[in-house]
Design a protein around this ligand. Structure first.
Ligand code: SF4
Length: 278
């Protein structure tokens, strides 16, 4: 069976940067990372082995360094960490920081901020957590809040960096009909756009598609959704153990891509496994 790996598979610049910052920070000091610095269990485990402890909440921070995740952190948490005495090292991706900047700027100009993204995702919570007023978060047209929208004079829309552009444009189209003054900022990051562009071809050009990445990874989920809409034989796996033999029945080719936080070692392991077994 032929194996076709997407050129854009694997780490994006923001994830690479966050991992490098984490590794550079570990120099004898007590380093904590607040949640997963990137959404990949293997990477988090590797960093923990190097002595960077994952914490889920803040405690006394004296003599401790706190690493902030690539997908951003709310101001409330940052302020609390400062009060507790942590030394803060911020590994937030510059592209997420740019979303924060736009949202704050537009809020200061009197716009209500609408975030298109996954309601509970850390990046979306981080964006909302930069602002004085409550944001409206929308993940689909099904959840359009008509009453809230009616009262809005002017709104600015920002987008979680890993959203599916086509879906976002549909939501923005409807919002434009409801809100007189609407400013739209397409803040889907460049690596996500390239990955999604590759996925317009890969599922159509192959009999089956494997998308590799953690089940916690929002961008991997998007890739899977796009692939599945174009090729029913699309499968999302975190590792080779999840691969099932019936997926490749009569398949002459398999397309492979990997989310922005998936290490190349995992992708290579899966390619090797498929090459050996199918
Ligand atoms: S997916 Fe985009 S926004 Fe997120 S870390 Fe990577 S480059 Fe940054």
């Amino acid at each position: 069976m032929q194996i076709n790996l997407a050129k854009s598979a694997g780490f994006c610049f923001g994830v690479k940067r966050a991992i490098n910052i984490a590794l550079e920070t570990k120099s004898g000091a007590k380093v904590n990372m607040l949640g997963d610095i990137v959404h990949n269990e293997d990477i988090v485990r590797q960093l923990e082995k190097k002595g960077i402890k994952k914490i889920t909440g803040l405690s006394a921070g004296k003599n401790k360094t706190l690493l902030l995740a690539a997908h951003g952190t709310s101001l409330k948490i940052i302020n609390r960490a400062n009060e507790l005495g942590y030394k803060i090292i911020d590994a937030t991706c510059p592209m997420v920081k740019e979303i924060h900047r736009i949202a704050k700027d537009m809020e200061n100009k009197g716009y209500r901020i609408i975030v298109i993204g996954d309601k509970k995702h850390a990046e979306v919570l981080g964006i909302s957590g930069q602002l004085k007023n409550k944001t409206i978060v929308m993940d689909s047209l099904k959840n359009l809040p008509p009453k809230k929208l009616q009262s809005i004079e002017k709104a600015a829309v920002v987008v979680q960096s890993t959203q599916n552009l086509e879906k976002v444009l549909k939501i923005v189209g409807v919002l434009k009909q409801r809100i007189r003054k609407l400013e739209f900022f397409n803040t889907i990051c460049q690596p996500t756009r390239i990955k999604q562009k590759d996925l317009k071809v890969l599922p159509k050009a192959n009999d089956a598609v494997i998308i590799i990445g953690s089940k916690k990874s929002a961008n991997t989920k998007r890739l899977y959704e796009i692939s599945k809409s174009l090729n029913k034989r699309s499968y999302w796996v975190a590792g080779k153990k999840e691969i099932k033999s019936n997926w490749f029945k009569n398949a002459k080719s398999v397309g492979i891509t990997a989310g922005a936080s998936t290490p190349d070692s995992t992708t290579q392991e899966i390619i090797e496994y498929i090459r050996t077994n199918y």
